[in-house]
Design a binder for this molecule. Sequence first.
Ligand SMILES: [Zn+2]
Ligand SMILES: [Zn+2]
Length: 298
Amino acid sequence: PIHPVDVPPFEKLTSEQKNVYTLIVKRFLATLTKDATAEITKAFIDIKGEPFVAEGYRLLEPTWKLIYPVKTGQKEIPELHEGEKARVVSLKLFRKETKPPKRFTQGALISEMEKLGLGTKSTRHEIIRKLYSRKYIIGSTPIPTATAFAVVDTIKPYDISKPDMTAQLEKDMDEIAEGKKKEDTVIKKSREMLQKVLKSLEDNKHEIRLSLRKALTLQNTIGTCPSCGKPLVIRTSSKNRKRFVGCTGYPSCRVTYPLPQKGSIARTDRKCEQCGAPIIKIGKREVCLNPNCSTKKG
Ligand SMILES: [Zn+2]
Ligand SMILES: [Zn+2]
């Protein structure tokens, strides 16, 4: 595995570099220890005929878990014996709902692409990077933006949206490399396939444009104007190309707010309690959009 080869000058490292180095050291040391041992208790409890289960976890020899702690969320329970009677101290009734599946992390996304035969080992990262730069996804655990939904919804009826086409092409290309298929045949086939797709997109140009424009406006909406109630959107100044927030009620409403020129900007759907302007997210910071707001003074 990757392992430390030297002690770096710690005082010269950035905190990010320090974290990476410490992670490598801890991970490496953890691989050298014995397996950790733990005791797992499972108690089946009967309360007036209703079955209850309690699970406990106690580390006996933590070994590598001392160096490289992993959160398990498991709880310890006291020692119990078979047939033992316990007193019910309190009863609580919980109302719970099923949760949607977790979002794909970037790593999971890459394995999913691999499964579907999309991209190659060297292009998958680039594909994801492109999704970020075109603002189809945001955040370190990618969250699709309104644009992404719009593009997907818009092209869904057309073959180009399905992974099959790309996967087939990748497979064909592998087979050319292996000498199983002729280049000409594959090129001819993919040309026909793409022409069909292009034609269907061309025929529906108008609807596609409308649907995408609507989504982009929605994505640029940052909140509601405290003065007139119309949506506030991110705009780019035609004079100096700087971004700012303007009211869609312009010209009858002239509310504008300045924006920092760097960093990602996202809506929060919350309002400032002091001045009523939208709260926005600049990078990881949540602030009131209004520069003259009392929350920014003192
Ligand atoms: Zn307004
Ligand atoms: Zn405010």
